[in-house]
Ligand binder design. Sequence first.
Ligand code: PSU
Ligand code: MN
Length: 326
Amino acid sequence: MPHSQPHEALSLHPEVAAALRENRPVVALESTLISHGLPHPTNIETARAIEQRVRQAGAVPATIAVLDGRIRVGLVDEDFERLSAKGVRKVSRRDLPLVLAQGADGATTVAATMIAAGLAGIPIFATGGIGGVHRGVETTLDISADLEELARTDVAVVCAGAKAILDLPKTLEYLETKGVPVLGFGTDLFPAFYTSSIGQPVDGRCDKPEDVAKVLRAKWNLNLTGGVVVAVPIPEEAALDAEAVEQAVRQAVAEAADKDIRGKELTPFLLSRMEQLTGGASLAANRALLLNNAEVAARIAVAYCRLKAEYAPPRKAPPNYKRPTY
Ligand code: PSU
Ligand code: MN
């Protein structure tokens, strides 16, 4: 099926549509980090830099957002500005129907971006960190919809693990229950966003983009629906001090509980408190890991396209072709 206009709710940027049609590598990117994850103007500058990094590594960037009630796959510069405005909604799976029906604007989370990427036929997606099981889940039941999406939508999410503001061991348990492979890119330990890890192991280690591509192919070839987490540690020189991070997280989480901040507001609150509590260091780290993930995702997209082309059935059987008899 041609992917030029894969679904009526989607508008593909012509460059993205052409790349998909020609089986060239594309990397999906989310927009919640523009609207709710990073402060202005770092957000716009970072979104541009991420796209550039994807291009440098040989793939076409497709940042995804809802604008005027349409799911846009591939944005232009004015769109970034627009997503930066106050009041743009944070759109996850449950919010999509509403913003579409209302013709509104919205920034897509990992979950909503996966849905759009899946519809568009883009199997590789880069972000900062996935949502997960929140600390204090025993009383709040706060588990990001990102985890359920990973369980059902066939998109690989390249990230620096899950944010340290979460409960990482419980997040990994949840992914295990849901059958989501968690790959460590060049590591045996699950990255902890601002730091390289808190010592939790991953399911499997992949050292090269080609290794990741093979896992993706094996999974989807078996019709094992759902995503894969490709966890890439933050570049060493950009990593923060683990103890300082943990202290800031504890304070931010306690403040959120005091102020009764819940639901979709919690993650943006924690991220902005982290920035204040670390004197801006968390912001620099976030930017560095985002760029690094974008590059790794582009390399994986390149490898996956190659692999797909290798396995594509010949259009016509060669003249001396004999069907195997086993
Ligand atoms: N990681 C970041 N910055 C972010 C997010 C993740 O570095 O802003 C966003 C992602 O869009 C993710 C969302 O999907 O936070 C998770 O929100 P929640 O915990 O409410 O599901
Ligand atoms: Mn939540």
